[in-house]
Design a protein around this ligand. Sequence first.
Ligand code: C2E
Ligand code: MG
Ligand code: MG
Ligand code: MG
Length: 290
Amino acid sequence: RADAAMVQVKQIGRNCLHFFDQDMQLALEQRVELEALLRNAIPEQLRLHYQPQLDAQGQLVGAEVLVRWQDPHKGLISPAQFIPLAEASGLILPMGQWILHSACEQLARWQQEPLLQQLSLSVNVSPKQFQQANFVNQVLEALSATGADPTRLKLEITESLLFNDLERVTKTMTELKSHGIRISLDDFGTGFSSLSYLKQLPVDELKIDQSFVRSLETDDSDAAIVRTIITLGQSLGVEVIAEGVETEIARDLLIAQGCHRFQGFYFAKPMPLKELERWWSQAGQQPRPA
Ligand code: C2E
Ligand code: MG
Ligand code: MG
Ligand code: MG
């Protein structure tokens, strides 16, 4: 009878296992499938969109490159849906290299045009990418292969990177900076980075996270955080840019607090190059130094 009971327990166990298995199996299969699709999509199905960055006078000072995945069946896929997968699978490395190279190509083209020469181009760099031993060389190669001006290139990294080997991160940043490349801390304010770290880091720009900017008008504590970041930037002598600026009120509040670099739907959405070019010719944009 003990044996019979054992068999029954095993049976139940197996059923449970089977039950969990199916969900997990499905999730895994979907992930594996998406990963295979993504692997195959690099770089042919990747598209770069550009979102303008403006100053307090409303003049164009630069743009941020934002990647999209143009899947032949699924259409345009947002990076929120594939960057995490790309990170986890390591695909972010070839993808990131392609993005960097393509961004530098664009930067070099703008430099041929007197009106666009001064624009800066911000490129998002994922932590895994930044931490590669030869990252600095990859950036230098992209610059020299395309002829882009290093001082117009801005690399956006997130605060989470600072929780890794800070000494190495600082060394990489310092090396990049020695070539004139600029560094921006993206999603700033969400990562609890210590102020003493910040003082040591060769950072050129703090990018206020859009979660604070979006509720600036309605949430006093978010407004206080925004004010603090602007003051911090001023005392460290680094540029501050606000992302996710969606309304005129938000822009005016930011200006009143001393922020004079903006990016957000109020001004323009991220768009393909063709549209961007149409946008700035229609807006009568006179780009100027960032
Ligand atoms: P991020 O770098 O913080 O980029 C800002 C995101 O906010 C973009 O989303 C942009 O379209 C969106 N945004 C800009 N203005 C507004 C606004 O006024 N309101 C709202 N609601 N949203 C606004 P996107 O393009 O979907 O990118 C999401 C994230 O994916 C990026 O956040 C970045 O972390 C990552 N990402 C995008 N492109 C790349 C890339 O080339 N490489 C890497 N490593 N990551 C990337
Ligand atoms: Mg960014
Ligand atoms: Mg951000
Ligand atoms: Mg982000």
